[in-house]
Write a protein that binds this ligand. Structure first.
Ligand code: UDP
Ligand code: MG
Length: 316
């Protein structure tokens, strides 16, 4: 009998968690001949009643475990904590809002049981429930990172994937602080089968990712899995040196031939702004890498736990 660990990062999901549990429980009933289930909910600093809901669930059902963070650490940290805590043979991460259909678990389980693959990953064919702007920026992001990163990033990939213990152990052996899981899953290798599904809208509550959060998530992904922006900065430098060399020759020859009429102040101002701007832009790129390196060297914990289903029981 195989054990499946379901990891669910939750931030303000009091409405979704009961519905999620009900749906997955249904599937676990249908699969009870082949697999047992373990739920690892990670309460990522929710401001609503998510923690209470989780406490009650774990009282009711001993398969339900939870980890509650001391504050909001972000979905990536929550997934990492769940992966570390999981004890199953097969492990999956799923969003609490039921956007990842639990019914797929049966198919994913069957594929892994065949033994040919180490991971069954999902991608969505649509982006239902997401704003128009978000769809466009997501598309741009994937086409950009696809070009500049050596690690393969699949457009539309979800974090919903069923992995073997071996693969999960490889993922948690990477203790980096800036975690971009889509990249890490791809980086560790192993044989992955991709299946597609149609995305549903979230069942309750609202999205936790506003534009600002998504933008910094995108930057994180790029900085973590590509050094091309640094090469770009160097290239801009080289191009501008070449332009400068040509300009020096042209301007000196013109001055020698036609003398030195005063003028050209507007063009000079434009050039100063352009070059100054580009310099700051390139410094910014370097700064971004430096900042991430700085954070890594501090070696801070990826998450801090305040309560688990075990520590709750001791309190009583
Ligand atoms: N989430 C989390 N911590 C955060 C933000 C999100 O644990 O800081 C969880 C959230 O509860 C959900 C999943 O990550 O289970 C995906 O979030 P959401 O559905 O809001 O994102 P979207 O579907 O809009 O990308
Ligand atoms: Mg969602």
């Amino acid at each position: 009998m195989k054990k499946i660990s379901i990891i669910v990062p939750c931030h303000n999901e009091e409405g979704s968690v009961p519905l999620f549990y009900k749906e997955v429980n249904k599937i676990s009933e249908e699969m009870k001949k082949d697999a047992e289930f373990e739920f690892v909910f990670v309460n990522d600093g929710s401001k609503d009643k998510t923690l209470q809901v989780l406490r009650e669930l774990s009282d009711k059902d001993e398969r339900v475990r939870y980890i509650s963070f001391s504050r909001n650490f972000g979905k990536e940290s929550a997934m990492f904590a769940g992966l570390e805590a999981s004890t199953g043979d097969y492990i999956t991460t799923m969003d609490a809002d039921l956007q990842d259909p639990p019914a797929l678990l049966k198919e994913m389980f069957a594929i892994l049981e065949e033994g040919e693959y180490d991971c069954v990953a999902t991608k969505s064919t649509n982006r239902k429930g997401y704003s128009f702007l978000r769809k466009i920026f997501t598309k741009w992001f994937y086409s950009l990172i696809g070009k500049i990163s050596e690690t393969e990033m699949i457009p539309g990939a979800r974090d919903f994937r069923l992995m073997t213990r071996q693969m999960v152990d490889a993922v948690i052996s990477m203790k980096e602080y800036n975690r971009y899981s889509k990249g890490l899953f791809s980086f560790v290798g192993f044989d992955t089968k991709w299946i597609e599904f149609e995305l549903e809208e979230r069942v309750a509550g609202k999205t936790n990712f506003n534009f600002k959060k998504l933008f910094s998530y995108a930057v994180e992904g790029i900085v973590a899995f590509s050094t091309t922006p640094l090469v770009f900065a160097a290239l801009v430098g080289i191009i501008f040196c070449l332009i400068a060399a040509i300009l020096i020759i042209v301007i000196i020859s013109k001055t020698l031939i036609w003398g030195d009429p005063v003028g050209g102040w507007p063009s000079t101002a434009c050039i100063i702004f352009l070059v100054g701007g580009l310099q700051l832009f390139c410094t910014g790129i370097i700064g971004e890498y430096l900042a991430k390196t700085y954070l890594e060297t501090k070696n801070r914990p990826i998450y801090i736990v305040k309560e688990t289903e075990k520590s709750k029981k001791k309190k009583k």
